[in-house]
Design a protein around this ligand. Structure first.
Ligand SMILES: [Zn+2]
Length: 302
């Protein structure tokens, strides 16, 4: 026999449970495909960008690039073509680079390959360190699984042109941008995101005319060269110990005392870089650096 007051309590309890169930049912699961918001609604108030732990996605209006963690990669969920078609901004707002103390950025150019890049990733995982990989479109096409691994393991991915051919990149800024956008599309096709960071093959010095900086910014990119070189691509077959020595002495220089951006390569033929990497990380830790990844907010190396 259930008393009247108990009946009331039960009906309240059932009501609460149904309400909770309703809330749960309305909460989209992670697996559920996300539908684009209706156009009018998006125009009134842009929906918050979904974020994943360990990375930041640029807001539609590129307004959320304020940094709080120098080791969290930043990507765009739209290609440039999508931004143009939707009338979204492509130019980055004014960004004040952060200064977070003594930070080193390991950067690996020209990959991914299927040998040295996975070996570099193994070393980084073992050391608990994040890095930045400036990839070419051609290599990303050839090794999409390695590109995916770089992304999944929380490293930053930057654009390094389609195939590194200077005659297509310099000195015609439109050729440069076309190569970068082509590479973005390839990366986007694999990962569903576009990098906002790029590195000019060979560096900007001696390559960029005055037209490059505004054009790069107008397309939502930030370019970073380096201030410390392992010289692992120097002629004469340098070996692992040379890279360790180069990095050791160059990080003693004033210019790298707070922000050290180190140039290395993870592409074919760079087995010596893989060999040197554990010692390089060890010596940088001993010098008191923390490890960051390149984002649009990373200070320039000079
Ligand atoms: Zn390169």
């Amino acid at each position: 026999m259930i008393s009247k007051s108990n009946k009331v309590l039960i009906s309240i309890a059932v009501g609460v449970l149904m309400a909770i169930g309703g809330v749960l049912a309305c909460t989209p699961s992670k697996e559920a495909p996300s539908l684009p918001p209706p156009a009018q609604e998006a125009a009134d108030e842009p929906a918050a960008e979904p974020q994943e732990p360990g990375r930041v996605f640029a807001a539609d209006d590129l307004s959320n690039l304020a940094p709080d963690a120098p080791d969290v990669p930043v990507y765009d969920k739209h290609t440039l073509a999508e931004r143009r078609a939707a009338g979204l901004p492509t130019a980055l707002p004014d960004i004040t680079p952060y200064r977070t103390g003594k930070t080193v950025y390991l950067t690996f150019d020209d990959g991914p390959d299927d040998k040295n890049t996975p070996a570099v990733l193994d070393v980084l995982r073992e050391a608990g360190v994040k890095a930045t990989f400036y990839v070419t479109g051609r290599q990303a096409e050839a090794h999409p699984d390695v590109l995916q691994r770089i992304y999944d393991e929380g490293h930053a991915i930057g654009n390094h042109s389609y195939d590194h051919r200077y005659e297509k990149l310099y000195p015609d800024v439109n050729g440069f941008l076309a190569e970068m956008e082509r590479t973005d599309e390839i990366i986007y096709g694999i990962l569903g995101v576009r990098p906002l960071i790029l590195r000019a093959p060979g560096g900007r010095i001696g390559h960029f005319t005055a037209a490059y900086a505004p054009a790069i910014r107008a397309n939502g990119y930030v370019e970073h060269d380096w201030n410390v070189s392992s010289a692992d691509a120097a002629p004469g077959h340098p070996v692992a110990q040379d890279f360790i020595d180069n990095i050791s002495s160059e990080t003693d220089q004033e210019v790298a005392a707070r922000t050290a951006i180190i140039l290395m390569h993870s592409s074919e033929g760079h087995e010596e870089t893989v060999k040197a990497l554990p010692k390089i990380i060890e010596l940088l830790k001993a010098k008191g650096y923390t490890f960051g990844v390149i984002t649009p907010m990373t200070p320039q190396p000079w």
